[in-house]
Design a protein around this ligand. Structure first.
Ligand SMILES: Nc1nc(=O)c2c([nH]1)NC[C@@H]1CN(c3ccc(C(=O)N[C@@H](CCC(=O)O)C(=O)O)cc3)CN21
Ligand SMILES: CC(C)C(=O)C(=O)O
Ligand SMILES: [Mg+2]
Length: 265
């Protein structure tokens, strides 16, 4: 078992900020673990940042299992969390259970489900089976079509009530934490104060128990990032520079140089 457990994450509430970052492959997961993140998270955002889709709706269990396997091989210390993709848990509790097992067998320590009140039964069942669950409310990207895009949530009384209802349902069902995505910071603060489980924010302001961002946003590997993401590097430029130099050296006959090839005599 890895060092960071759901129990440890729960104990961090109000004591120490929880840090979480996405990773989708082996080399990035190695670095996330080395950097000391508490949670390394295989998000279904991989459909967009790795596979180039315009939303997360086409991500399959097969994709999640393969990427979870790669990440799990790299991570020794952090808790490895995997998203349940769209369609993998909505049809029935039974299907949700079967698919959660697949992610655990691929090496995840816990799974994340979008929604709260709608999946209370599934969360309770998984927790009783021994599969730790993180919930996710506020902006839930799997409702992209109904929402008509990605926008901030909690602007109406109904939306605020739904977010609170979800968080409380998750707490009641035994979830060990909940992601609050793109909600007004004062709403996130209220939720954080009203539930005993840690809240992990993304675009939810500072008054939450932890923060998560997407790998490609942090590193500046893509053109379009959400307005709440902070870019800590501009790797897109770095990568472009490096591969362009490789290309130029081939064209100019400069690569490979003596140290990169062998002759028999
Ligand atoms: N790279 C990346 N980072 C993320 O944080 C992320 C993803 N992808 N994919 C899955 C979800 C979707 N997220 C997003 C994506 C875009 C906006 C965004 O651009 N919102 C704008 C425009 C909304 C509109 O189209 O009207 C805004 O100002 O609210 C917000 C959250 C967060 N998640
Ligand atoms: C944005 C985070 C919370 C997520 O669910 C993902 O990356 O898939
Ligand atoms: Mg997700």
């Amino acid at each position: 078992m890895r060092e960071v457990t759901p129990k440890k994450i729960m104990e961090m509430k109000g004591r120490e900020k929880i840090t979480m970052i996405t990773a989708y492959d082996y080399p990035s997961a190695l670095l996330a673990d080395k950097a000391g993140f508490d949670i390394v998270f295989v998000g279904d955002s991989l459909g967009m940042v790795v596979y180039g889709d315009e939303n997360t709706l086409n991500v399959t269990m097969e994709q999640m299992v393969f990427h979870t396997r790669a990440v799990a091989k790299a991570v020794k210390r952090a808790l490895v969390l995997a998203d349940m993709p769209f369609g993998s848990y909505e049809v029935s509790v039974e299907e949700g259970v079967k698919n959660a097992i697949k992610l655990i067998q691929a090496g995840a320590d816990a799974v994340k489900i979008e929604g709260g009140a709608d999946h209370e039964k599934l969360v309770r069942k998984l927790v009783r089976m021994g599969i730790p669950v993180m919930g996710h409310t506020g902006l839930t990207p799997q409702r992209y079509l109904r929402l008509g895009g990605y926008r901030i949530m909690g602007g109406t009384d109904e939306e605020v009530e739904e977010i609170i209802r979800d968080a409380k349902a998750l707490e009641r069902a035994g979830a060990f934490a909940v992601v609050l995505e793109f909600v007004y910071a004062d709403v996130a603060k209220m939720v954080t104060e009203e539930v005993s489980i840690p809240t992990i924010g993304i675009g939810a302001g500072p008054w939450v128990d932890g923060q998560v961002l997407v790998w490609h946003d942090v590193l500046g590997l893509i053109d379009f990032s959400p307005p709440f993401a902070k870019r800590y590097a501009n790797l897109k430029e770095e990568v472009l520079k490096a591969i362009s130099e490789f290309r130029r050296e081939v064209k100019e006959g400069k690569f490979p140089g003596k140290e990169h090839y062998w002759t028999r005599g």
